[in-house]
Structure formats: C-alpha cells, structure tokens
Design a protein around this ligand. Sequence first.
Ligand SMILES: CC(C)(COP(=O)(O)OP(=O)(O)OC[C@H]1O[C@@H](n2cnc3c(N)ncnc32)[C@H](O)[C@@H]1OP(=O)(O)O)[C@@H](O)C(=O)NCCC(=O)NCCS
Length: 298
Amino acid sequence: MGVTIRPARLADRERILAISSQIWEGDDYVPHVIDEWLRMRDSEVAVADLNGSVIAFARTVSLAPGYVWIEGIRTDTASQGHGAGKALTDYFIEKAVREGAQRIGLSTYLDNLASIHIVERYGFERKASFILAEAKLDGAARSAAELSPLVSAVPFDEAKAWILGSAATAMSCGFLAQGWKFWPVTRPGVVSWPPFDRAIGVRSSKGSLRSLLVVCHPDHGEGEVTIDFADGSPKHLEALVRHMLALYPGVRNIQTMVPAGNGIHTALLETVTALEFDVWRHGEPDVFVYERAVERQR
Ligand SMILES: CC(C)(COP(=O)(O)OP(=O)(O)OC[C@H]1O[C@@H](n2cnc3c(N)ncnc32)[C@H](O)[C@@H]1OP(=O)(O)O)[C@@H](O)C(=O)NCCC(=O)NCCS
C-alpha cells in the first residue's frame, strides 16, 4: 500500500519526536512546539503512514481567515523519496480548498532542494527572498550591545502604520518574518500580524518617527527572539540594533531575516554585517517565501 495521510493523534507524538531528532543533528525546533501544535485550534498536524508506520509529518496553521501557513514538514531519513512530502503537501492543499482558504504560504531554505522541488511542482511561486542573520549567545555581535539615549519605545499601532509605508516592507513584498514564519501584513482582505514583543524607534526633534525596529518571540523557541522589522538610516539602524541587543542580554539566539531580491537588500544587512552577526551564505538571499492561490486549477 502507498502512503496515506491522516490527522496526527497524541499517540503519534513519540514517533514525531523520533523523526524530528534525525533532522539538523537534533537541532530541530519541532520538539519545542509539538505539544502546542497538537493542542491548538486553527492548526492541524498531519502524519504520513506507510505500511502502518508514521514516516513523516507536517503542520498547517491559519495565520488569518483565508490564509494558511504550512510548516515543519519532516520525513524519516530512512523513508525519504517514497512520496510522503508530496502527499502531505497535497493533503494540505485539498484541506485549504475544502475550507475555502484563499492562499497558502510557506518558507524554505536555499539548499533545501527536495522541498523547493516539491513546492514548485505543486504550483507554489517564490514571492519574497530574505538573508538570514543570527547573533548567538556566544557570537561576536553580542558584545556590540549598548543602550542608546536616542532610542525610545514606540506604540504598536504607530509601529504598524509606519511598517506599512516603509521601503523595507515594499522590498519584503509585504511579509513580516517571525522566525521562519512570514506574516502577510499588507494583503487587502487578508492582513495578519505576528505578536510584537517590543517596538523601538528613533524620532526627529519634532517627534516624527524616523527609524523603527520590531522584536518578536518566534513561537518555536523559548529563549529566542527575532528582529522582525528594521528600517531607517544606517546610523539609526546601528543604534537600534545595539540597543535591542542590550535589551535581550540572555537570549540564546537573536535572528533576523533581511528583505532582499534582484541584487538589492535593505540597509539592515550592512548593519548586522558590521556588528558581526553570522550572515549565512555571505549575504546571498537564502530564505524564500512561497505562496499559492488556493482556487488555482490543479
Ligand atoms: C523535504 C522533505 C520533507 C521531503 O520529503 P520526502 O518524503 O522525501 O518527499 P517526497 O518523497 O514526496 O518527494 C521528494 C521529491 O524531491 C525530489 N528531490 C529529492 N532530492 C532532491 C534534490 N537534491 N534536488 C531536487 N529534487 C530532489 C525527489 O525527486 C522527489 O520529487 P519527484 O517525485 O518529483 O521525483 C524531506 O527531504 C525532509 O524531511 N527534509 C528535512 C527536513 C526539511 O528540510 N524540511 C523542509 C523544511 S522547509
């Protein structure tokens, strides 16, 4: 019998963890989130079964009415290439059709060729590209932490309005990263924001907001934060990133996705490079957001 897909049960938890432990040398985020995934509403974990054993899993969550996000797709290394990844993708597209969603999104990494192959085969299109940068607890960037008198807290509503009008949001095609999840913040009718932890900015002497940085907690890691948005002048960006590093001294990892594409990127790349964040792939766009309309004929 071939691969069959069904919703995960609590009894699948151990098998899911066993599969996850094989991925990225056990550094997968799934163990941190699986209990919440299995509990949450507006979310489904599905498993692929081959001859009575679970060989793969993935999850969808609704980021907004009509907007579905797929994440966490993993196949047991011994069972890759048997069609589980495709079957899970197909299952979630069918589910989105049934539930009347308008769009499905997901993100993947540059060298994840099997994943890119599958999503392109299922009609997903690359909509936005980003450059991943990180400041680990023992990384050089953390010594740049410094509170700045120029920086102050920004009310979230003001921050959101500023983000919508910013050049960085135009370059990210309207997606705001929260870790590996990308929220469509500018779609007419389907606008959805990640939960902000902090918004900080630099204002002009007359009080208008000149530069802004927003921080969230990714839902996959305690002790991690993400810079989900940063835009402004190079001098302000440096002050904002240093200030932010000082506000989160003990966190294990600080991650950001710098909007990029067509050979250009936002000024945040120069800032995080100068502050010695780890920039993967030397600044080449390496994280991609794919999207697919649900009503599309297959
Ligand atoms: C991505 C992943 C889930 C795919 O699962 P899978 O069960 O092996 O997928 P399938 O068997 O359904 O399909 C694999 C497809 O990728 C293709 N493929 C595999 N390796 C490839 C490569 N290096 N380059 C291009 N295509 C590749 C296969 O040919 C197949 O496509 P085809 O049927 O059209 O020939 C699996 O590789 C995995 O768990 N990877 C580690 C976790 C991960 O990276 N998850 C994605 C995070 S974004």
